[in-house]
Design a protein around this ligand. Sequence first.
Ligand code: 13P
Length: 252
Amino acid sequence: MRKKIVAGNWKMNTTVAEGALLAKQICFLAREMETSAEIIVSPPFTHLESVGRILKEEKSHVALAAQNCASTESGAYTGEVSVNMLKELSCKYVILGHSERREYYGETNEILLKKINLVLAAGLHPIYCVGEKLEERESNRHFEVVASQIKEVLYKLRGVELANVVVAYEPVWAIGTGKTATSDQAEEMHAYIRRVIADKFSSYADQTPVLYGGSCKPSNAKELFAMENVDGGLIGGASLIAQDFAAIIKSF
Ligand code: 13P
């Protein structure tokens, strides 16, 4: 049985106070529900300490993720946050390679490989995002694009390391647009991702959680999560409303 995961990527939203309230609401709702899914919240860096404290105080099983980390260990890198700093704040996961990071901050597969290696070396789990842009899908290059994002990064790891990686498929055209991949489109790509991973890591591919991200909301989560190769979701907008996030978690 593969692990099921629902992770909320808050992106650059909420103040510290709003984030604390949201975390408390999520802990409350998480306590009320029975779910086999691991629940993760990923607030901005500035909120990690307070949200982490709330998750502990509320004795919730909600795990903490950062949205990024530096590609170097420490030193003179103004404005960067190292993986060891995140570990100290009880982060279990680090989201890496989100399309917004690739697009707006020039993160390449090469940089992402450095980050993944640091995250794994620190004993944390990367949530590695892949996904094609609209023009890439329209020109039928979506499989090729996603395969290269996997091969240029995950293929460079050892199998035992891959066992600690979560993959998230986020078609860029579905992020924040209200457009969702149909459950068939999601399943087709998730199955493909698993096959590409299996080509290199045959004994690990079956265990790797592959999450779907891109306008996943209470109204479509059930259908997406019912797909054989969809192991959960990486949720943006809908994770900022505790009730919606909880409804998505309950969709398993
Ligand atoms: P939305 O759910 O807002 O489309 O965002 C998805 C996403 O980018 C999660 O990382």
